[in-house]
Design a protein around this ligand. Structure first.
Ligand code: DGL
Length: 262
């Protein structure tokens, strides 16, 4: 497979969550072009069995390869936890994954507890347990599985009563618990950052998107794959496994919203 600098970067997620990563990448790498595949027909991944998540991840990668990409970003913590090694073994181009931003959270300072919100699969897998093992003697870290939350967001629900009731439920036992940082360990949750902040006003809310795009840039540089196109030649194209009439407008709308807000 011949990789060329001016080919696009492929990105996929179980659905619309990875659009939050795409927005960060579009901003930080204005000379790059992107093909985004949202597997919204099969979302959420976070409560599926591993075999199925692996199969869906490989299919998503193959879909993007067919269109022509020079690197792949797995813009999904769940798919990264389960499938990143298989994807790296199978494909010879750079494959970049995600992880909850626990390291930056610990580096911020010594006060308070850190909550990591993520899908049940992400929090159960060895990848997260290893990460937790590195930092748990330095800080009090509370993994907080959020089954069903990505699904709510996938339905286009980024605010309102359903989200508020969900957050009220998961946070009520933690409210007086000296929480200083909340790590969003699922790319869907970035779209409800404001709502999370409302529930835990004293806490800082972090996501892994900046770190992922920084890492992507380093890997492109190491492989001499940084595009030399001008920023006005940047192309962004969306694909979905679900009904395009329903999901394409949502992907576009969320991308614009993130680009305006950040
Ligand atoms: N956006 C995905 C993640 O970062 C997961 C959502 C899902 O359960 O599909 O983990």
């Amino acid at each position: 497979m011949i990789l060329a600098k001016n080919m696009a970067i492929g990105m996929f997620d179980s659905g619309l969550g990875g659009v939050s990563v795409l927005a960060k990448a579009v901003k930080m790498l204005p000379q790059e072009s992107f093909l985004y595949y949202g597997d919204s027909a099969h979302a959420p991944y976070g409560e599926k069995d591993e075999k199925e998540i692996k199969r869906l991840s490989i299919e998503a990668a193959e879909f993007l390869i067919e269109k022509g990409i020079k690197a792949l970003v797995v813009a999904c913590n769940t798919a990264t936890s389960v499938a990143i090694e298989d994807l790296r073994k199978r494909f010879s181009f750079p494959v970049i994954g995600m992880e909850p931003a626990l390291k930056p959270a610990v580096e911020i300072g010594p006060q308070g507890k850190i909550v990591v919100m993520a899908t049940p699969v992400t929090l159960q897998k060895e990848k997260f347990l290893r990460l937790l093992g590195k930092f748990q003697d330095q800080r009090d870290i509370i993994p907080l599985p959020c089954p069903g939350l990505a699904e709510l967001i996938e339905r286009g629900c980024c605010s309102g009563t359903d989200i508020e009731n969900y957050l009220e439920d998961v946070f009520h036992t933690l409210k007086n618990d000296n929480i200083s940082i909340i790590v969003l360990g699922c790319t869907h949750y970035v779209f409800i950052k404001k709502e999370v902040k409302k529930f835990m006003p004293g806490a800082q809310v972090l996501d892994g998107n900046f770190g992922t795009v920084k890492h992507l840039e380093e890997v492109l540089r190491e492989n001499d794959l940084i595009s030399d196109l001008a920023p006005d030649e940047q192309r962004i194209k969306f694909f979905t496994s679900a009904d395009p009439a329903q999901f394409m407008p949502l992907y576009h709308q969320l991308l614009s919203r993130e680009l305006e807000n950040n």
